[in-house]
Design a protein around this ligand. Structure first.
Ligand SMILES: [Zn+2]
Length: 209
């Protein structure tokens, strides 16, 4: 079976609870002695076997082998961005065990794209593809706080991603509205400068605020 490591939690000295996203399920498994020289790192794609726990309870993760997805020639900061993205996904999928094959396919496609296009564009566009798939993107062009049309700069409401006037939502970063419009409607980051894109990325994954 193949899947992406969503999260790992150390439970004893070297044992871990591992969450793995496969095409149809998110498994929670127990891994003995997983800490050293291990392919069990958040964001890795692995081939693995599930061994039923004879005593009931949590099943075991056996024979994990890493499947190379990210090119080894990628810049050093990239694995960290990929890991941050998976940290976001782990939170996004908390409490969920059955999922659509859309996510697995999307993650494989994104991993392959990372060697070809600038990483933050791949990651932010991928996030918005996911939001679009889940139907959680709100309508654009009106302030989520006061209801009036938004202007050239738009602040985003955390969690709901509603557009707001920077004055109505002063505590969060704001962005150029045509760039956001392109992203909300077409999942493209074309109109974002690298600096604005970094600001958006850190806002979305909940860091650097
Ligand atoms: Zn407003």
């Amino acid at each position: 079976m193949k899947g992406f490591i969503l999260s790992t939690t150390l439970v004893r000295e070297e044992d871990k609870i591992v969450k793995i996203l496969t095409p149809t399920e998110i498994f929670t498994l127990y891994r003995f002695y997983g800490a050293r020289h291990s392919p069990i790192q958040r964001g890795n794609l692995i081939d693995f076997v599930i061994e039923k726990n004879p005593k009931g309870g949590i099943d075991r993760l056996r024979s994990p082998v890493q499947i190379p997805l990210l090119s080894p020639t990628l810049p050093l900061f990239l694995p960290l961005q990929w890991e941050n993205f998976f940290q976001f996904l782990a939170f996004h999928f908390r409490g969920i065990s059955t999922i659509s094959p859309f996510y697995y396919r999307k993650l494989v496609a994104m991993g392959e794209e990372l060697g070809v296009r600038p990483s933050l564009r791949v990651l932010v566009e991928g996030l918005f593809e996911i939001f679009q798939f889940e139907g959680i993107l709100p309508p654009i062009g009106k302030c989520g706080r006061c209801g009036l049309p938004t202007g050239e700069r738009v602040a985003l409401e955390k969690n709901t991603l509603h557009w707001c006037h920077p004055d109505c939502l002063p505590s969060t970063p704001h962005f150029f509205s045509p760039a956001l419009g392109e992203l909300y409607l077409y999942r493209k980051t074309l109109l974002f400068s690298q600096g604005e894109l970094e600001k958006l990325w850190f806002f979305l994954i909940g860091k650097g605020e």
